[in-house]
Design a protein around this ligand. Structure first.
Ligand code: S3P
Length: 426
């Protein structure tokens, strides 16, 4: 797909539902008693993979294209899937479902696309094995396909070496079926949507510092869930509105949960003109409209406990840094190497191809901004966030930018290019 520079971006936009929250609503709805109605469900391929896995385990799920109705069967109501469960491109589906499958009285096998089959699963295999499940990586490389033989689980106190909501959630979901208190302590706090939603569905869960602590549940109960817009999707319009001159974008209904909204802090640190309007809690999660105006940005340092709160936004933050005065340092972000693609390598290589001054480091990158960028042929590596990031950069790069596998945006934001074009992109 080809993209060209544009003079400005102006208008209003409503962001599709949050991916993390949509996954969790289907999962908890499936193992809850009664019906769960999910409004503004993200119709991205990843969340559809989650629906398809639970349908294969006997859960009736109606999807009318915006809202989803899950007819839950209770904590012990799943049935043995007849076929291999296909998680597609979705790490969240693979890791969170593993936590549930670890406790089921039937064996199952999980797999996904080429990218999923390279992503590290040892991080969930280890704690779930400690809890009593048997999980075998069929190719012996610590990745999917995974064969899971469920068991009666023991509760554990797990100290996770990585700040990962997927690891934390897998252990907590398994802990629902445990024999005592389960806890997960992280090096710093990752997104807490699982904890918030578990509590809403009736589980006994609390947090202490960087630990999430859960008691086994007798039952969960179906809920009505309003999914706020995904800040990770809004990030592309925040960045675009800030860096493209003469722009003003009003982004409606964006989730601003503090464990997710590190990008807002970074933008402010860089000198951005951002205003939050109409802050509310209607969805059970904090949300707001965000007004973005073109701004003169300067470099910053992004590190430490901030990293998990903006991990998926780092590619587009790196893009912003290319248009900021001075140096931006991103460190403590080695997790970027094990996302849908190696996002450090993908960003450094493609930004360099466009003329940016960017250097790869062990756990991040260093960018010197304000070099003029030109169009190039960008290999998205079928990574949705890389494709969307370069579509944003193309608004300011001289000449033509071509993005390969551009349709991979269907993973998290099927209408992304249309929305960007409506604001003025070409
Ligand atoms: C997610 C957690 C993050 C994030 C991913 C979604 C989730 O992954 O990158 O896009 O929904 O729990 P990690 O837990 O691997 O950091």
């Amino acid at each position: 797909m080809k993209f060209y520079p544009c003079p400005r971006l102006r208008g209003e936009i409503t962001i599709p539902g949050d991916k993390s929250i949509s996954h969790r609503a289907v999962m908890l709805g499936s193992i809850a008693k009664g019906t769960t109605r999910i409004h503004n469900f993200l119709q991205g391929a990843d969340c559809l993979s989650t629906i398809s896995c639970f349908r294969q385990m006997g859960i009736e799920i109606e999807n009318n294209g915006s809202s989803v109705l899950v007819h839950g069967k209770g904590l012990r109501g799943l049935k043995k899937p007849e076929q291999i469960l296909d998680c597609g491109n979705s790490g969240t589906t693979t890791r969170l479902i593993s936590g549930i499958l670890a406790a089921q009285p039937f064996p199952s096998t999980l797999t996904g696309d080429q990218s999923i089959q390279k992503r590290p699963m040892k991080r969930i295999i280890d704690p779930l094995t400690q809890m009593g499940a048997q999980i075998r990586s069929l190719h012996g490389n610590g990745c999917a396909p995974l064969e899971i033989t469920g068991s009666k689980l023991h509760s554990i106190h797990f100290s996770s070496p990585v700040a990962s909501a997927q690891v934390k959630s897998a252990v907590l979901l398994a802990g629902l079926y445990g024999d005592g208190e389960t806890s997960v302590t992280e090096p710093s706090v990752s997104r807490n949507h699982t904890e918030l939603m578990l509590s809403r569905f009736g589980a006994n869960v609390r947090t202490e510092g960087t630990a999430a602590i859960l008691l086994p549940a007798k039952e969960l109960y179906g809920q009505e869930i309003f999914v706020p817009g995904d800040i990770s999707s809004a990030a592309f319009f925040i960045a675009a509105g800030l860096i493209v001159p003469d722009s003003e974008i009003l982004i409606h209904n964006v989730g601003i949960n503090p464990t997710r909204s590190g990008i807002l802090k970074v933008c402010r640190d860089m000198g951005a003109d951002l205003t939050l309007l109409d802050e509310n809690q209607e969805s059970g999660e904090p949300a707001a409209d965000i007004l973005v105006k073109s701004s003169t940005l300067h470099g910053t340092v992004i590190e430490g406990a901030l990293i998990p709160t903006l991990i998926d936004e780092l590619p587009v933050i790196a893009a912003m840094a290319c248009f900021a005065e001075g140096q931006t340092i991103i460190r403590d972000a080695a997790e970027l190497k094990v996302k849908e693609s190696n996002r450090i390598e993908a960003m450094v290589r493609s930004l360099s191809a466009m003329g940016a001054d960017v250097k790869e480091t062990e756990d991040g990158m260093v960018i010197h901004g304000k070099r003029p960028l030109h169009g190039a042929r960008i290999d998205s590596r079928a990574d949705h966030r890389i494709a969307m990031t370069f579509a944003v950069i193309s608004c300011l790069a001289e000449g033509e930018t071509e993005i390969t596998d551009a349709e991979c945006v269907r993973i998290s934001y099927p209408g992304f290019y249309e929305d960007l074009q409506r604001l003025g992109a070409r």
